[in-house]
Design a protein around this ligand. Structure first.
Ligand code: HEM
Length: 468
């Protein structure tokens, strides 16, 4: 039986980082994992399955249980498969098996005609006008959160957990404006139970076992899922009644916009709210937490961010203008999403045989477009493992190929919440870092794992202090 070496992690120790900071990540293996090793590794931490070749070559061919797979790292190949010939590539069955019981007919997991109709109905909800309408709610919730954290000055917090609380709070506010069918802590607990118990890759999925075989990890989540769905259904019902009673007095939040959207049933609204909660708060939270961590390891970068926040905020009181002016803050966040893309894989299945570059793609093959690989690819980036936010400053940003930086995906299924997330992140970072500083205090660098999102195993212990 083949054995798998325990994962090694490369990084400098906190406080010792020569500039620029080399961000911790699993060290790619240089010898094949073998069948049992692959199952064990993929089940424990999917991003550890990648070997050194995956970060060097434009295309890699492989196979899993007789199904061919092709890793596409070449930006031109990515453009071809995900944009020019996107209709030939559907969501991969493995992802559907994991996410569909959770998100049902929500936009992320819908396919074909249902997806087209849902995307058309939901696109108007995320127009720039509606998104900038959320800036004040984002500002108010972030400011309140920073104030609460300031009271914990001198203590160590888990930044990963704290950012999840903050982004959940912001999403909940922009979704429901406080009108939820339970007290807030109970609602947050129910969301956590629901997402937590469903989120891991089950070994049976990797083995392509039929859907009727019980997945133990998921069964544990069924009760919390039903409870959570009940809360959302009740919240929608209450809002419908309120809209009928007092249309002018009802907040124009995401829930109202979804109810008013053309052609969505109550069930579809429920599925999409759950999708927004599933896709739209943990992702942003991870990137915020990684940004705080990376800045804590790169004092020069942190100084740039702090200085610009001190200069810009007193001049521009309205947060709708911050995104454009806080260029270092935004660049740090974008660089954190490059190093730790919250969604590390965009996988598809080929409907018909195709050809990309000089590689044949058989019908039924799995197409693997992996931000985790593309964002760290040696062909595409100077010092790919290093935290260098200047890559994303306005003068340099244009040099990055659209298809080599994919935190929000690309093509027809590109993230519908991308502008929402970027706006939220800049506002949250500005208000957190205006008065506070976060320092990573663990002895060892964080261990980077994929549990749907790319996250630090066991959290990010950071000491909170006041800057002024
Ligand atoms: C930093 C934050 C976020 C990241 C990194 C992210 C990433 C992504 C990625 C990579 C995809 C495409 C998946 C694929 O092609 O297979 C996606 C799709 C999606 N995202 Fe996001 N997302 C973020 C925030 C949000 C937010 C805030 C929302 C909603 C409030 C949201 C809602 C969605 C939805 C509904 C889809 C499915 C779109 C479709 O298939 O038509 N996301 N996201």
């Amino acid at each position: 039986m083949s054995t798998v070496a325990p994962p090694r992690h490369s990084s400098q120790r906190p406080g010792q980082s020569p500039r620029p900071f080399r961000a911790p990540a699993p060290v790619p293996h240089s010898t094949p994992l073998g069948f049992a090793g692959f199952i064990r590794t993929a089940s424990r931490n999917p991003i550890e399955i990648w070997g050194t070749r995956a970060f060097k070559e434009p295309y890699i061919r492989g196979a899993w249980l007789g199904v061919p797979n092709i890793v596409v790292n070449d930006p031109a190949g990515i453009r071809y498969c995900l944009v020019e010939n996107a209709k030939n590539y559907v969501m991969q069955p493995l992802r559907q098996r994991i996410l569909r019981p959770l998100l049902r007919d929500g936009l992320l997991t819908a396919e074909g005609q249902l997806w087209r109709r849902t995307r058309k109905a939901i696109a108007p909800v995320f127009t720039p006008r509606h998104i900038s309408g959320f800036t004040e709610q984002m500002q108010a919730r972030s400011a309140l959160f920073a104030k609460t954290l300031a009271k914990r000055e001198g203590t160590t917090v888990d930044a990963s957990h704290e950012m999840t609380l903050l982004t959940f709070d912001i999403l909940q506010e922009t979704l429901f404006s406080g009108d939820i069918a339970s007290e807030p802590e109970g609602f947050a607990r129910s969301t956590r139970d629901f997402l937590g118990s469903m989120g891991r890759v089950d070994p049976l999925d990797l083995l392509n076992a039929p859907a009727f075989l019980p997945r133990l990890r998921r069964l544990r989540g069924r009760k919390s899922m039903n409870f959570f769905r009940g809360l959302i259904a009740e919240t929608i019902e209450k809002r419908r009644e309120k809209l009928d009673r007092d249309p002018d007095g009802t907040p124009n939040d995401l829930l109202t916009l979804l109810i008013k959207a053309d052609g969505l049933s109550s069930e579809e609204i429920e599925d999409n709210i759950i999708t927004f909660i599933g896709a739209g708060h943990e992702t942003t939270a991870r990137s915020l937490a990684w940004t705080l961590y990376l800045l804590s390891q790169a004092p020069d970068e942190r100084a740039l961010v702090e200085t610009e926040i001190d200069e810009v905020l007193p001049q521009l009181t309205h947060p709708s203008q911050w995104s454009e002016k806080l260029i270092h803050t935004k660049a740090a966040f974008e660089e954190a999403m490059r190093l730790y893309p919250p969604a590390p894989s965009l996988n598809r299945t080929a409907l018909k045989a195709d050809r990309v570059g000089d590689i044949d793609i058989p019908a039924g093959a799995t197409l693997l477009v992996m931000p985790w690989l593309v964002h760290r690819h040696e062909m595409l980036w100077d010092r790919p493992e290093h935290f260098m936010p200047s890559r994303f400053l306005p003068d340099n940003r244009d040099k990055i190929d659209r298809y080599q930086y994919l935190p929000f995906g690309v093509g027809p299924r590109v993230c519908i919440g991308a502008s929402f997330a970027l706006q939220e992140a800049v506002i949250a970072l500005a208000l957190l870092l205006k008065d506070l500083r976060f320092d990573y205090v663990a002895k060892h660098p964080p261990r980077v794992v994929q549990r749907i999102t790319v996250q630090p195993d066991g959290g990010l212990p950071m000491r909170v202090s006041r800057r002024h």
